[in-house]
Design a protein around this ligand. Structure first.
Ligand SMILES: [Zn+2]
Length: 479
Protein backbone atom coordinates (compact mmCIF):
# COMPACT_ATOMS: atom_id res chain seq x y z
CA UNK A 1 0.00 0.00 0.00
CA UNK A 2 2.81 2.38 0.81
CA UNK A 3 4.18 2.11 -2.70
CA UNK A 4 0.85 3.05 -4.18
CA UNK A 5 0.83 6.28 -2.26
CA UNK A 6 4.45 6.87 -3.07
CA UNK A 7 3.46 6.82 -6.69
CA UNK A 8 0.46 8.96 -6.01
CA UNK A 9 2.74 11.46 -4.37
CA UNK A 10 5.17 11.50 -7.29
CA UNK A 11 2.46 12.10 -9.83
CA UNK A 12 1.05 14.84 -7.66
CA UNK A 13 4.46 16.35 -7.25
CA UNK A 14 5.18 16.55 -10.95
CA UNK A 15 1.68 17.74 -11.49
CA UNK A 16 2.30 20.53 -9.06
CA UNK A 17 5.17 21.90 -11.11
CA UNK A 18 3.10 21.76 -14.24
CA UNK A 19 0.18 23.39 -12.54
CA UNK A 20 2.37 26.04 -10.99
CA UNK A 21 3.72 26.90 -14.42
CA UNK A 22 0.12 27.29 -15.57
CA UNK A 23 -0.65 29.47 -12.59
CA UNK A 24 -3.81 27.49 -11.96
CA UNK A 25 -3.85 26.57 -8.31
CA UNK A 26 -3.71 30.05 -6.90
CA UNK A 27 -6.04 31.49 -9.54
CA UNK A 28 -9.08 32.91 -7.83
CA UNK A 29 -12.51 31.81 -8.94
CA UNK A 30 -14.84 34.71 -8.23
CA UNK A 31 -18.19 35.69 -9.72
CA UNK A 32 -20.65 33.63 -11.74
CA UNK A 33 -19.16 30.93 -13.92
CA UNK A 34 -21.23 30.48 -17.08
CA UNK A 35 -21.62 26.84 -18.03
CA UNK A 36 -22.85 25.12 -21.16
CA UNK A 37 -24.41 21.86 -20.01
CA UNK A 38 -24.46 19.53 -22.96
CA UNK A 39 -26.03 16.06 -22.72
CA UNK A 40 -24.75 13.47 -25.20
CA UNK A 41 -27.12 10.56 -25.77
CA UNK A 42 -25.46 7.42 -27.15
CA UNK A 43 -28.30 5.04 -26.26
CA UNK A 44 -31.63 6.74 -27.00
CA UNK A 45 -33.27 4.11 -24.79
CA UNK A 46 -35.77 6.34 -23.00
CA UNK A 47 -33.84 6.21 -19.69
CA UNK A 48 -32.24 9.62 -20.08
CA UNK A 49 -32.64 11.94 -17.09
CA UNK A 50 -35.03 14.77 -17.96
CA UNK A 51 -33.61 18.18 -18.85
CA UNK A 52 -35.78 19.64 -16.05
CA UNK A 53 -34.09 17.37 -13.49
CA UNK A 54 -30.66 18.24 -14.85
CA UNK A 55 -31.52 21.92 -14.56
CA UNK A 56 -32.79 21.43 -10.99
CA UNK A 57 -29.74 19.37 -10.03
CA UNK A 58 -27.35 22.04 -11.24
CA UNK A 59 -29.22 25.22 -10.47
CA UNK A 60 -32.67 25.39 -8.92
CA UNK A 61 -32.98 22.71 -6.22
CA UNK A 62 -32.20 23.96 -2.67
CA UNK A 63 -29.61 21.14 -2.63
CA UNK A 64 -28.22 22.01 -6.06
CA UNK A 65 -24.58 22.20 -7.00
CA UNK A 66 -25.08 25.95 -7.44
CA UNK A 67 -26.30 26.43 -3.86
CA UNK A 68 -23.38 24.33 -2.62
CA UNK A 69 -20.81 26.39 -4.57
CA UNK A 70 -22.40 29.61 -3.30
CA UNK A 71 -22.30 28.42 0.31
CA UNK A 72 -18.71 27.16 0.26
CA UNK A 73 -17.47 30.33 -1.48
CA UNK A 74 -19.48 32.65 0.83
CA UNK A 75 -21.36 33.90 -2.22
CA UNK A 76 -18.14 34.88 -3.98
CA UNK A 77 -18.54 32.28 -6.70
CA UNK A 78 -21.56 30.78 -8.39
CA UNK A 79 -22.53 28.84 -11.48
CA UNK A 80 -25.19 29.59 -14.05
CA UNK A 81 -25.84 28.56 -17.59
CA UNK A 82 -27.91 26.81 -20.20
CA UNK A 83 -28.95 23.17 -20.27
CA UNK A 84 -28.85 22.26 -23.97
CA UNK A 85 -31.01 19.52 -25.52
CA UNK A 86 -29.75 15.96 -25.77
CA UNK A 87 -27.47 15.35 -28.71
CA UNK A 88 -28.21 12.12 -30.56
CA UNK A 89 -26.43 10.77 -33.65
CA UNK A 90 -22.99 11.80 -32.43
CA UNK A 91 -19.85 9.93 -33.53
CA UNK A 92 -19.73 6.80 -31.31
CA UNK A 93 -17.48 6.55 -28.27
CA UNK A 94 -14.60 4.22 -28.98
CA UNK A 95 -11.12 3.20 -27.92
CA UNK A 96 -9.90 3.07 -24.33
CA UNK A 97 -9.82 5.50 -21.45
CA UNK A 98 -11.16 8.98 -22.08
CA UNK A 99 -12.27 8.36 -25.67
CA UNK A 100 -14.34 5.37 -24.54
CA UNK A 101 -16.13 7.52 -21.97
CA UNK A 102 -16.48 11.10 -23.20
CA UNK A 103 -16.80 12.84 -26.57
CA UNK A 104 -13.66 14.15 -28.26
CA UNK A 105 -12.71 17.79 -27.85
CA UNK A 106 -13.16 18.39 -31.58
CA UNK A 107 -16.77 17.20 -31.29
CA UNK A 108 -17.32 19.22 -28.11
CA UNK A 109 -16.14 22.34 -29.92
CA UNK A 110 -18.33 21.75 -32.94
CA UNK A 111 -21.89 22.11 -31.63
CA UNK A 112 -23.64 24.76 -33.73
CA UNK A 113 -26.20 25.80 -31.09
CA UNK A 114 -23.59 26.62 -28.38
CA UNK A 115 -22.22 30.12 -28.02
CA UNK A 116 -18.66 29.36 -26.96
CA UNK A 117 -17.80 33.03 -26.61
CA UNK A 118 -19.83 33.42 -23.39
CA UNK A 119 -18.89 30.32 -21.41
CA UNK A 120 -16.36 29.69 -18.64
CA UNK A 121 -16.90 25.96 -18.76
CA UNK A 122 -18.52 23.13 -20.62
CA UNK A 123 -20.18 20.20 -18.85
CA UNK A 124 -20.58 16.96 -20.77
CA UNK A 125 -23.34 14.65 -19.58
CA UNK A 126 -22.88 11.24 -21.14
CA UNK A 127 -25.69 8.69 -21.43
CA UNK A 128 -23.96 5.56 -22.69
CA UNK A 129 -23.13 1.99 -21.72
CA UNK A 130 -19.44 1.99 -22.52
CA UNK A 131 -17.48 0.54 -19.61
CA UNK A 132 -14.41 1.29 -17.52
CA UNK A 133 -15.41 4.93 -17.09
CA UNK A 134 -15.22 7.10 -13.99
CA UNK A 135 -18.44 8.75 -12.78
CA UNK A 136 -16.90 12.14 -13.42
CA UNK A 137 -13.70 13.81 -14.52
CA UNK A 138 -12.31 17.26 -15.08
CA UNK A 139 -9.45 19.16 -16.56
CA UNK A 140 -7.72 21.31 -13.93
CA UNK A 141 -8.33 24.88 -15.00
CA UNK A 142 -9.14 26.09 -18.49
CA UNK A 143 -8.23 24.32 -21.74
CA UNK A 144 -7.80 25.82 -25.22
CA UNK A 145 -10.50 25.00 -27.79
CA UNK A 146 -10.73 25.90 -31.47
CA UNK A 147 -14.42 26.31 -32.24
CA UNK A 148 -16.42 27.48 -35.25
CA UNK A 149 -16.77 30.83 -33.44
CA UNK A 150 -12.99 31.14 -32.91
CA UNK A 151 -10.40 30.28 -30.29
CA UNK A 152 -11.56 30.15 -26.64
CA UNK A 153 -10.38 28.81 -23.31
CA UNK A 154 -12.85 27.19 -20.97
CA UNK A 155 -13.11 24.48 -18.33
CA UNK A 156 -14.21 20.96 -19.20
CA UNK A 157 -15.91 18.41 -16.96
CA UNK A 158 -17.72 15.22 -17.86
CA UNK A 159 -20.26 13.12 -15.94
CA UNK A 160 -21.94 9.79 -16.37
CA UNK A 161 -24.20 9.95 -13.30
CA UNK A 162 -27.74 11.20 -12.68
CA UNK A 163 -28.88 13.79 -10.17
CA UNK A 164 -30.80 12.61 -7.12
CA UNK A 165 -33.84 14.26 -5.58
CA UNK A 166 -34.27 15.79 -3.16
CA UNK A 167 -30.59 14.92 -2.67
CA UNK A 168 -28.21 11.96 -2.60
CA UNK A 169 -26.55 10.42 0.49
CA UNK A 170 -24.16 13.36 0.68
CA UNK A 171 -26.82 16.03 1.17
CA UNK A 172 -26.38 17.49 -2.31
CA UNK A 173 -28.08 16.59 -5.60
CA UNK A 174 -24.79 15.19 -6.85
CA UNK A 175 -21.51 15.25 -4.94
CA UNK A 176 -19.54 13.90 -7.90
CA UNK A 177 -20.54 16.94 -9.93
CA UNK A 178 -19.63 19.31 -7.08
CA UNK A 179 -16.26 17.61 -6.54
CA UNK A 180 -15.36 17.72 -10.23
CA UNK A 181 -16.41 21.32 -10.68
CA UNK A 182 -13.98 22.30 -7.92
CA UNK A 183 -11.26 20.33 -9.76
CA UNK A 184 -12.15 22.31 -12.87
CA UNK A 185 -11.64 25.52 -10.88
CA UNK A 186 -7.95 24.54 -10.82
CA UNK A 187 -7.59 22.22 -7.82
CA UNK A 188 -5.44 19.34 -9.15
CA UNK A 189 -5.19 17.35 -5.93
CA UNK A 190 -7.34 15.63 -3.32
CA UNK A 191 -7.65 16.39 0.37
CA UNK A 192 -5.96 13.54 2.18
CA UNK A 193 -5.52 12.52 5.79
CA UNK A 194 -2.78 11.31 8.04
CA UNK A 195 -4.12 8.34 9.97
CA UNK A 196 -2.41 5.61 11.95
CA UNK A 197 -2.35 2.08 10.59
CA UNK A 198 -0.43 -0.70 12.35
CA UNK A 199 1.44 1.79 14.53
CA UNK A 200 2.70 3.82 11.56
CA UNK A 201 1.35 7.09 10.24
CA UNK A 202 -0.08 6.62 6.80
CA UNK A 203 -1.20 9.10 4.17
CA UNK A 204 -4.71 8.09 3.16
CA UNK A 205 -5.72 9.32 -0.28
CA UNK A 206 -9.17 11.02 -0.30
CA UNK A 207 -8.88 10.70 3.49
CA UNK A 208 -10.17 14.11 4.54
CA UNK A 209 -13.74 13.12 5.37
CA UNK A 210 -14.52 16.77 6.17
CA UNK A 211 -13.71 18.02 2.67
CA UNK A 212 -15.55 17.42 -0.59
CA UNK A 213 -12.13 17.21 -2.23
CA UNK A 214 -11.46 14.25 0.05
CA UNK A 215 -14.33 11.86 0.48
CA UNK A 216 -17.32 13.08 -1.43
CA UNK A 217 -19.84 10.86 0.29
CA UNK A 218 -20.18 13.88 2.55
CA UNK A 219 -20.92 17.20 0.89
CA UNK A 220 -18.53 19.05 3.16
CA UNK A 221 -16.92 22.41 2.67
CA UNK A 222 -13.43 22.35 1.19
CA UNK A 223 -10.74 23.08 3.78
CA UNK A 224 -9.57 26.63 4.42
CA UNK A 225 -6.40 26.14 2.37
CA UNK A 226 -8.47 25.44 -0.77
CA UNK A 227 -10.74 28.37 0.03
CA UNK A 228 -7.67 30.58 0.30
CA UNK A 229 -6.31 29.34 -3.04
CA UNK A 230 -9.64 30.19 -4.72
CA UNK A 231 -9.95 33.64 -3.12
CA UNK A 232 -12.98 32.73 -1.01
CA UNK A 233 -11.15 33.26 2.28
CA UNK A 234 -8.89 36.31 2.21
CA UNK A 235 -6.40 37.87 4.61
CA UNK A 236 -9.45 39.32 6.40
CA UNK A 237 -10.58 35.85 7.43
CA UNK A 238 -7.23 34.05 7.67
CA UNK A 239 -4.91 35.07 10.48
CA UNK A 240 -1.23 34.15 10.42
CA UNK A 241 -0.03 33.87 13.98
CA UNK A 242 3.39 33.51 15.56
CA UNK A 243 2.81 34.52 19.18
CA UNK A 244 1.25 32.67 22.08
CA UNK A 245 -2.30 33.52 23.02
CA UNK A 246 -5.94 32.52 22.90
CA UNK A 247 -7.48 32.83 19.46
CA UNK A 248 -11.08 32.62 18.31
CA UNK A 249 -11.88 30.76 15.10
CA UNK A 250 -15.39 31.10 13.66
CA UNK A 251 -17.18 28.21 11.97
CA UNK A 252 -15.84 27.64 8.47
CA UNK A 253 -19.32 27.02 7.04
CA UNK A 254 -20.74 30.47 7.80
CA UNK A 255 -20.45 33.60 5.70
CA UNK A 256 -18.65 35.96 8.08
CA UNK A 257 -16.58 38.52 6.19
CA UNK A 258 -13.86 40.03 8.36
CA UNK A 259 -14.13 37.36 11.06
CA UNK A 260 -11.29 34.89 11.54
CA UNK A 261 -12.26 31.51 10.09
CA UNK A 262 -8.81 30.00 9.77
CA UNK A 263 -5.55 30.36 11.63
CA UNK A 264 -2.26 29.60 9.92
CA UNK A 265 0.88 28.70 11.84
CA UNK A 266 4.11 28.89 9.85
CA UNK A 267 6.03 26.19 11.66
CA UNK A 268 9.52 27.17 12.81
CA UNK A 269 10.58 23.57 12.11
CA UNK A 270 9.02 21.29 9.52
CA UNK A 271 6.66 18.70 10.92
CA UNK A 272 7.63 15.25 9.71
CA UNK A 273 5.09 12.93 11.31
CA UNK A 274 6.31 9.74 9.62
CA UNK A 275 10.02 10.17 8.91
CA UNK A 276 10.30 7.39 6.32
CA UNK A 277 7.61 8.72 3.98
CA UNK A 278 7.56 11.71 1.64
CA UNK A 279 5.29 14.11 3.47
CA UNK A 280 6.45 17.13 5.42
CA UNK A 281 4.33 19.99 6.69
CA UNK A 282 5.65 23.53 6.84
CA UNK A 283 2.37 25.12 7.91
CA UNK A 284 -0.73 24.19 9.86
CA UNK A 285 -4.20 25.51 9.04
CA UNK A 286 -6.58 25.44 11.99
CA UNK A 287 -10.29 25.55 11.28
CA UNK A 288 -13.47 24.99 13.24
CA UNK A 289 -16.10 22.75 11.72
CA UNK A 290 -19.38 23.69 13.34
CA UNK A 291 -21.50 21.31 11.26
CA UNK A 292 -23.82 24.00 9.97
CA UNK A 293 -25.14 24.47 6.42
CA UNK A 294 -24.25 21.65 4.05
CA UNK A 295 -21.84 20.22 6.64
CA UNK A 296 -24.77 19.68 9.01
CA UNK A 297 -26.21 17.06 6.65
CA UNK A 298 -23.22 14.82 7.08
CA UNK A 299 -23.60 11.32 8.39
CA UNK A 300 -21.01 10.30 10.96
CA UNK A 301 -21.90 6.63 11.22
CA UNK A 302 -18.85 4.62 10.29
CA UNK A 303 -19.03 0.95 9.36
CA UNK A 304 -16.37 -0.95 11.30
CA UNK A 305 -14.40 -3.87 9.91
CA UNK A 306 -16.71 -6.33 11.74
CA UNK A 307 -19.74 -4.81 10.00
CA UNK A 308 -21.08 -3.00 13.07
CA UNK A 309 -21.95 0.67 13.03
CA UNK A 310 -19.87 3.16 15.00
CA UNK A 311 -21.32 6.61 15.70
CA UNK A 312 -18.92 9.50 16.07
CA UNK A 313 -20.38 11.28 19.09
CA UNK A 314 -18.81 14.66 18.70
CA UNK A 315 -17.84 15.19 15.08
CA UNK A 316 -17.32 18.92 15.20
CA UNK A 317 -14.22 20.51 16.61
CA UNK A 318 -10.85 21.88 15.61
CA UNK A 319 -9.44 20.46 12.41
CA UNK A 320 -5.66 20.60 12.10
CA UNK A 321 -4.71 20.63 8.44
CA UNK A 322 -1.06 20.14 7.57
CA UNK A 323 0.13 21.92 4.43
CA UNK A 324 2.71 20.06 2.35
CA UNK A 325 4.22 22.88 0.32
CA UNK A 326 6.37 23.06 -2.81
CA UNK A 327 7.86 25.79 -4.95
CA UNK A 328 9.08 27.99 -2.11
CA UNK A 329 5.81 27.55 -0.24
CA UNK A 330 3.78 28.93 -3.14
CA UNK A 331 1.82 25.77 -3.66
CA UNK A 332 0.51 23.66 -0.80
CA UNK A 333 -1.53 20.45 -0.60
CA UNK A 334 -3.77 19.93 2.46
CA UNK A 335 -3.74 16.86 4.72
CA UNK A 336 -5.81 16.63 7.91
CA UNK A 337 -4.06 15.14 10.92
CA UNK A 338 -6.11 12.62 12.89
CA UNK A 339 -5.73 13.79 16.49
CA UNK A 340 -7.34 10.51 17.69
CA UNK A 341 -5.30 7.98 15.75
CA UNK A 342 -6.35 4.85 17.64
CA UNK A 343 -8.62 2.53 15.57
CA UNK A 344 -12.27 3.62 15.49
CA UNK A 345 -14.39 1.46 17.81
CA UNK A 346 -11.21 -0.37 18.79
CA UNK A 347 -11.02 -2.33 15.54
CA UNK A 348 -11.01 0.24 12.76
CA UNK A 349 -13.25 1.35 9.90
CA UNK A 350 -14.06 -1.04 7.07
CA UNK A 351 -13.31 1.73 4.58
CA UNK A 352 -10.09 3.27 5.72
CA UNK A 353 -10.58 6.96 4.89
CA UNK A 354 -13.25 6.92 7.60
CA UNK A 355 -10.52 6.41 10.24
CA UNK A 356 -10.18 10.19 10.08
CA UNK A 357 -13.82 10.71 11.11
CA UNK A 358 -12.62 11.45 14.65
CA UNK A 359 -9.85 13.76 13.49
CA UNK A 360 -11.11 16.94 15.21
CA UNK A 361 -9.54 18.10 18.44
CA UNK A 362 -12.29 18.49 21.04
CA UNK A 363 -12.85 20.67 24.08
CA UNK A 364 -10.13 20.25 26.71
CA UNK A 365 -7.78 18.37 24.40
CA UNK A 366 -4.26 19.42 23.48
CA UNK A 367 -2.26 18.69 20.36
CA UNK A 368 1.48 18.97 20.65
CA UNK A 369 3.13 19.84 17.36
CA UNK A 370 6.03 17.46 16.85
CA UNK A 371 9.54 18.87 16.26
CA UNK A 372 8.27 22.27 17.48
CA UNK A 373 7.66 23.74 20.92
CA UNK A 374 4.03 24.47 20.05
CA UNK A 375 0.92 23.22 21.82
CA UNK A 376 -2.66 23.74 20.63
CA UNK A 377 -5.44 23.41 23.21
CA UNK A 378 -9.18 23.79 22.70
CA UNK A 379 -10.36 25.86 25.65
CA UNK A 380 -13.92 26.84 24.66
CA UNK A 381 -16.52 25.85 22.08
CA UNK A 382 -19.80 27.56 21.26
CA UNK A 383 -21.33 24.87 19.12
CA UNK A 384 -21.87 25.87 15.53
CA UNK A 385 -20.47 29.37 16.15
CA UNK A 386 -16.83 29.45 17.17
CA UNK A 387 -14.02 27.73 18.99
CA UNK A 388 -11.35 29.28 21.23
CA UNK A 389 -7.89 27.83 20.98
CA UNK A 390 -4.92 28.44 23.21
CA UNK A 391 -1.73 28.31 21.21
CA UNK A 392 1.53 28.24 23.08
CA UNK A 393 4.71 28.72 21.08
CA UNK A 394 6.99 28.17 24.07
CA UNK A 395 5.77 24.91 25.46
CA UNK A 396 9.28 23.57 25.83
CA UNK A 397 11.12 26.72 26.76
CA UNK A 398 12.06 27.37 30.36
CA UNK A 399 13.33 30.61 31.83
CA UNK A 400 16.14 30.72 34.34
CA UNK A 401 14.28 32.02 37.36
CA UNK A 402 11.44 29.56 37.28
CA UNK A 403 11.50 26.65 39.69
CA UNK A 404 10.16 24.52 36.90
CA UNK A 405 13.59 23.93 35.42
CA UNK A 406 14.88 22.75 38.80
CA UNK A 407 12.38 19.92 39.16
CA UNK A 408 13.88 16.46 39.10
CA UNK A 409 11.84 13.96 37.14
CA UNK A 410 12.92 10.34 37.43
CA UNK A 411 13.36 7.48 36.71
CA UNK A 412 13.09 7.57 32.94
CA UNK A 413 12.55 5.05 31.39
CA UNK A 414 10.19 3.58 33.97
CA UNK A 415 7.81 0.65 34.17
CA UNK A 416 5.58 2.11 36.91
CA UNK A 417 6.26 5.33 38.87
CA UNK A 418 7.57 8.73 37.84
CA UNK A 419 8.83 10.89 40.70
CA UNK A 420 8.73 14.67 40.60
CA UNK A 421 10.94 16.29 43.26
CA UNK A 422 10.26 19.91 44.11
CA UNK A 423 10.61 22.21 47.09
CA UNK A 424 7.51 22.84 49.14
CA UNK A 425 6.75 26.37 47.98
CA UNK A 426 6.46 25.41 44.37
CA UNK A 427 2.87 24.95 43.18
CA UNK A 428 2.37 23.17 39.93
CA UNK A 429 0.03 20.99 37.90
CA UNK A 430 0.92 17.82 36.07
CA UNK A 431 -0.68 16.43 32.92
CA UNK A 432 0.15 13.22 31.18
CA UNK A 433 -0.44 12.89 27.43
CA UNK A 434 0.13 10.22 24.86
CA UNK A 435 2.29 11.09 21.84
CA UNK A 436 -0.70 12.47 19.97
CA UNK A 437 -1.63 15.00 22.57
CA UNK A 438 -4.46 13.02 24.11
CA UNK A 439 -4.78 13.84 27.79
CA UNK A 440 -4.50 10.68 29.89
CA UNK A 441 -4.45 12.10 33.41
CA UNK A 442 -4.31 15.40 35.23
CA UNK A 443 -2.95 16.05 38.73
CA UNK A 444 -2.41 18.88 41.19
CA UNK A 445 0.97 19.13 42.83
CA UNK A 446 1.47 15.41 42.67
CA UNK A 447 4.97 14.15 43.44
CA UNK A 448 4.50 10.66 42.13
CA UNK A 449 2.56 9.44 39.10
CA UNK A 450 1.87 5.84 38.24
CA UNK A 451 1.99 4.99 34.55
CA UNK A 452 2.17 1.24 35.15
CA UNK A 453 -1.34 0.80 33.73
CA UNK A 454 -0.42 2.27 30.36
CA UNK A 455 1.10 0.24 27.57
CA UNK A 456 4.76 0.45 26.63
CA UNK A 457 5.72 3.49 24.59
CA UNK A 458 6.48 7.18 24.76
CA UNK A 459 4.40 9.61 26.84
CA UNK A 460 4.58 13.32 27.43
CA UNK A 461 4.58 14.73 30.93
CA UNK A 462 3.62 18.39 31.14
CA UNK A 463 4.40 20.38 34.29
CA UNK A 464 2.73 23.78 34.63
CA UNK A 465 4.11 26.37 37.02
CA UNK A 466 0.99 28.10 38.35
CA UNK A 467 2.80 31.26 39.29
CA UNK A 468 4.51 31.98 36.00
CA UNK A 469 2.29 29.85 33.74
CA UNK A 470 5.45 28.37 32.29
CA UNK A 471 5.37 24.84 31.07
CA UNK A 472 7.90 22.07 30.82
CA UNK A 473 7.39 18.93 28.84
CA UNK A 474 9.36 15.73 29.31
CA UNK A 475 9.27 12.68 27.12
CA UNK A 476 8.75 9.67 29.36
CA UNK A 477 9.45 6.19 28.15
CA UNK A 478 7.27 3.46 29.66
CA UNK A 479 9.14 0.16 29.29
ZN1 LIG B 1 -11.21 14.05 -7.73
Amino acid sequence: MKKIYGFFFLSLWFNSYFIQAQGVVNDYVLGTQELAIVPFDYLQDGNEQSLEDIEAGFFSSPYSVKSFIEEISYGKASIDGIVYPYRANQPPLYGTGYTNCYPLDEDIANQPDIDYSIIDGIILLVHSNTTGCSAGLSAYGKLPFTTADGFFEFRRSGFRVDFYFPYEFSGITNSTVAHEIIHSFGIPYHSNSYIKVNEEWFLQGYGNVFDIMGIRSEASHPCSLIKQQKGWLTDNEIENISTSGTYRIHALEKTLPGQVQSIVIDLPNDLDIQPNDNFIFSKLYLEYRGLTGFDARNNRNVVLSDGSLHTIQDPHGLLIVGADCFMNNDYCVPVIIDTHPEPLGGIGASYQPHEASDAPLNLGETYLVGNNSISIEVVNVVEGEYIDVNIDFNTLSVTENSGISELKIYPNPTSDFINIDSDENFSFGVKLYDMYGKLLSSHTRMNQINIGNFSEGVYLLEIIDWKSNQKRIEKIIRN
